[in-house]
Design a protein around this ligand. Structure first.
Ligand SMILES: [Mg+2]
Length: 369
């Protein structure tokens, strides 16, 4: 990253809440509202950069309170600081967010947003494409069908198919028979769409393979299966990956891979055939390292998100656009949020992001004190 000099005049961290359209239910828990920690940096010239920490306590164990405390400490340490190489400052502060990757993501997001605004470039231009790739400025996200009743799955699938979504990610892992019927219902409603299943650790090896076998008998084959088993059960992951080799269904680590070290382990042990990267699991710079490693070894990548508002979701879209190496986009959470925080300037109702005419920075501003 090139040098860009500015002085941080003001820094503030604050909690912002927003209601959801519907509870976001997965096998291990649910979000009933958005309650994220936002971070704003301002230069002496009045230019602002914004960051967001989406805390998913039921997934990562991180808390909103600790995230706020960490970001407030970072804010105090940054005031009056002259920045020359933002990336170096991110690395310097990284240890202060140990065990709080959502906080680190917000810190990096705000600093990099500010750097791109000072330079007068879109956020995605901070990220050079991975080897052999080009920037990818337009793409579609999938849409999530959350855990719920069969009627809820049908209604959601109908609505999203009507909006133009072509890829459906169905949450499973709570009630196998119901899950099976929900998947079949989505297939029927959107027969030409791509199906992704996310078990959020809700199965074991034999039950997972039996579940897929039942779908197979109905002619339904998901393109990707996310995190079928508990995150530390590498043997079970590897067994499912081996069983599904050549089947057309990729096995993707989500909860199992939160760091570059996890990614190396997953790849070296052939535990999975794809990896889901999220800012909130790894921060932004380490996410880029994971992407470069996996991509260099031909491992397909998904870009995912926690319950992130338009700020972090749009930052993720820029990241995917700049690196150009993501095969599966799962950055759909703005469709679950009500109000201003749901509005990304580069995303339409069908889930299409288009950054061809992106302005400076991430492109999302928030007002808070
Ligand atoms: Mg997942």
């Amino acid at each position: 990253m090139e040098r860009v000099s500015f002085v941080i005049d003001d820094a503030v961290a604050s909690i912002i809440r927003a209601p959801l359209v519907t509870p976001f239910r997965i096998a291990t828990g649910q979000h009933d509202e958005l309650e994220n920690v936002f971070f704003r940096l301002r230069t002496s010239d009045g230019i602002c950069g914004y960051g967001e920490a989406a805390v998913a306590t039921h997934i990562t164990g991180e808390t909103v309170a600790a995230t706020l405390t960490n970001l407030q400490a970072a804010a105090a340490a940054l005031k009056g600081r002259k920045i020359d190489v933002p990336e170096e400052v991110c690395r310097e502060f990284s240890p202060t967010f140990a065990g709080n990757h959502a906080g680190l993501a917000a810190f990096e997001m705000a600093l990099l947003d500010l750097a791109s605004r000072v330079k007068g470039i879109p956020f995605y231009k901070l990220f050079t494409p991975v080897a052999s790739k080009e920037p990818l400025l337009a793409f579609n996200t999938d849409i999530t069908i959350v855990i719920g009743s069969l009627d809820e799955a049908r209604a959601a699938a109908r609505q999203y198919a009507e909006q133009g979504f072509k890829a459906f990610k169905i949450k499973i892992g709570k009630d196998e028979e119901l899950d099976l019927n929900r998947v079949l219902a989505v297939r029927e409603i959107a027969p030409d769409s791509e199906l992704i299943l996310d078990a959020n650790m809700g199965f074991n090896t034999s039950r997972m393979l039996a579940f897929l076998e039942q779908l197979d008998r109905k002619g339904v084959r998901p393109v990707l299966l996310e995190q079928p088993v508990p995150k530390h059960d590498w043997d079970a992951l590897a067994a499912i990956t081996a069983a599904l080799a050549g089947s057309g269904t990729l096995v993707c680590a989500d909860e199992s891979v939160g760091s570059l070290a996890d990614a190396r382990r997953a790849i070296d042990s052939n535990a999975v055939s794809a990896i889901n990267i999220k800012f909130m699991k790894s921060g932004i710079l380490e996410s880029a390292e994971i992407a470069r490693l996996a991509s260099s070894l031909g491992i397909p990548l998904m870009l995912g998100a926690m319950m992130e508002s338009a700020l972090a979701i749009t930052a993720s879209a820029h990241f995917a656009a700049g690196l150009g190496c993501f095969d599966f986009m799962d950055i759909d959470t703005t469709f679950f949020i009500k109000g201003e925080l749901a509005h990304s300037p580069y995303l339409d109702d069908s889930g299409r992001f288009d950054l061809h005419n992106a302005g400076v920075g991430i492109g999302v501003e928030l007002h808070f004190e």
